[in-house]
Design a protein around this ligand. Structure first.
Ligand SMILES: Nc1nc2c(ncn2[C@@H]2O[C@H](COP(=O)(O)OP(=O)(O)OP(=O)(O)O)[C@@H](O)[C@H]2O)c(=O)[nH]1
Length: 480
């Protein structure tokens, strides 16, 4: 009903719905992508934690625990440890934990290793020992060293009962697996890692020019200073100053870098994870564009289908609303709507007007009801002569009009003639015992100018029809 009163409002509603579908699906898509991106980032970062736990924190815990439970006490308390007993003990720890163990003994100035080696701690030669010995502000030191390959050494300071320094209990771990894992993270996610100690020196990094092996050549000066080496450091510190878990995006030559810092408190180290955002962004943009394009195609497709359904629905509703209740034919209003629609499609149209002859007499003789019945029978006869594309309209009273798209004057004449004959042939029962005959006069006008309005065409056809009446009725005449 509402659609009929204002069909345009349905299309506006449809347009608004389509717009909302685009906006909502766009929003959902972006959310989905953002979620996926962040999930991807999380997924790519979480193995780093597991790696750190396994590779770095585990040796630290073992070193601390062994030192705390006093397994080395008797050796540290003696002036010269019993090598025959100590070395096999260290070896058994090595076999159990798969790590290297050693004791650096201050009293004897000797180092005992789980691989059986024992050597003197001579100043100027064993650099790490004397460097760490002077480093009194931290009980546990994590340093890198080169033994066959890059090793992480955890050194736990030892004291006697009087609080005097008596040496280090240490654990060493090869980092070759750890460094290999860096490579994997790097190639898979583009992450770079930079480990920094409490003196802000780079101790370990996946960036080749900062590789620990290179740094180690600088002997006791293991670390390269973070702030002098890393161009992003200053910007990062500025941006992340207030954050509890600092991470910040900084500008780099090849695009933005997302930098996250993790504090590895047990080791007194910080880990900086560098993730390039450029490639990720492109990936997101690309998939977003594909989503949107597919979404638009789908929406257009749905819009087209809905448009057709609603158009047909409007037609049907309009037809019902504009139907003549007595004959079931279209009424004048729908006739106009139909005509205008055909005009818009630029179709040639012919109009036929017909009026029953002497209809008043039927009413007067058999009554109004009989007259109604005649009107219905005549109307039904039109179906046999009209095509699906044509429309029969009850123009008023006993007058009808045919609106014939894609029809020229000759074709219209044939149709009118066929209709005239169809009416003429009818035997209409006006009561239980009486059948009557009826005729009709026809006027035709075929539009030669596409600009002709319906009123103009009807008026011309009307004139021809009245001529037919004046000429003896039951005739078809064309307007000139
Ligand atoms: N039963 C019935 N009669 C109608 C209806 N609408 C109009 N009429 C009658 O149709 C008759 C038309 O009569 P006229 O205009 O004089 O025309 P006519 O008798 O057909 O004469 P011609 O047109 O000259 O052949 C009138 O008596 C109207 O009352 C209707 O819906 N039902």
């Amino acid at each position: 009903m509402a659609a009929n009163q204002n069909p345009k409002s349905l299309f506006v509603a449809l347009g608004v719905s389509v717009f909302l579908v685009i906006v909502i699906s766009g929003y959902a898509t972006i959310n989905d992508l953002a979620g996926k991106q962040s999930q991807q980032h999380q997924q790519s970062i979480s193995p780093v934690f597991a790696l750190i736990e396994n590779e770095l924190t585990e040796p630290l815990h073992i070193a601390k625990t062994l030192a705390e439970i006093g397994v080395y006490d008797e050796y540290f308390q003696s002036q010269t440890p019993d090598e025959e007993k100590l070395v096999p003990q260290l070896k058994s720890y090595q076999d159990t934990f798969g790590l290297q163990f050693y004791l650096a003994h201050e009293n004897s100035r000797k180092q005992f290793n789980s691989d059986g080696r024992v050597f003197d701690l001579i100043e100027g030669e064993i650099v790490w020992y004397f460097a760490l010995k002077d480093e009194t502000d931290s009980e546990i030191q994590a340093v890198l060293g080169q033994r066959e390959d890059v090793h992480l050494f955890i050194d736990v300071r030892q004291y006697d009962d009087a609080g005097n320094f008596i040496g280090f209990a240490g654990v060493g771990k090869s980092l070759s697996d750890f460094l290999r894992s860096f490579e994997e993270f790097r190639s898979e996610y583009g992450h770079e890692f930079v480990f920094v100690n409490n003196r802000q020196e780079i101790v370990l990094s996946s960036i080749p020019e900062l590789s620990p092996a290179q740094a180690l050549h600088e002997d006791d000066d293991i670390g390269i200073k973070l702030e002098t080496e890393m161009y992003w450091y200053e910007e990062f510190i500025e941006k992340s100053a207030d954050a509890l878990e600092p991470s910040a995006v900084v500008e780099a030559e090849d695009g933005d870098l997302l930098i996250s810092r993790l504090n590895l408190e047990n080791l007194n180290w910080s880990l900086y994870i560098l993730t390039p955002l450029n490639s990720r962004q492109q990936e997101v943009n690309q998939s977003f564009a594909i989503y949107v394009a597919l979404g638009m195609i789908l929406v257009l497709f749905v819009y087209k289908i809905l448009y057709r359904i609603i158009d047909a629905y409007i037609d049907r509703v309009s037809c019902n609303m504009n139907q003549d209740p007595l004959t079931g034919l279209a009424n004048r209003k729908y006739g106009r709507h139909f005509f205008n629609r055909m005009r818009k499609r630029n179709r040639q149209i012919a109009v036929v007007v017909t009026d029953l002859d002497h209809f008043k007499r039927i009413n007067d003789t058999y009554g109004h009801m009989a007259g109604d019945h005649v009107l219905k029978e005549v109307s039904e006869s039109f179906a046999s002569v009209l095509d699906k594309k044509d429309l029969a309209v009850r123009w008023g009273g006993e007058e009808f009009a045919f609106i014939l798209p894609d029809t020229d004057g000759e074709e219209a004449k044939d149709i009118a003639e066929a209709a005239r004959l169809a009416i003429e042939r009818l035997d209409i029962a006006v009561d239980s015992s009486t059948k009557i005959k009826i005729t009709a006069s026809f006027g035709i006008y075929a539009s030669r100018q596409y600009a002709d309005t319906l009123d103009v065409m009807i008026e011309r056809a009307d004139r021809a029809m009245y001529k037919a009446k004046a000429d003896g009725k039951n005739k078809v005449l064309s307007a000139c």
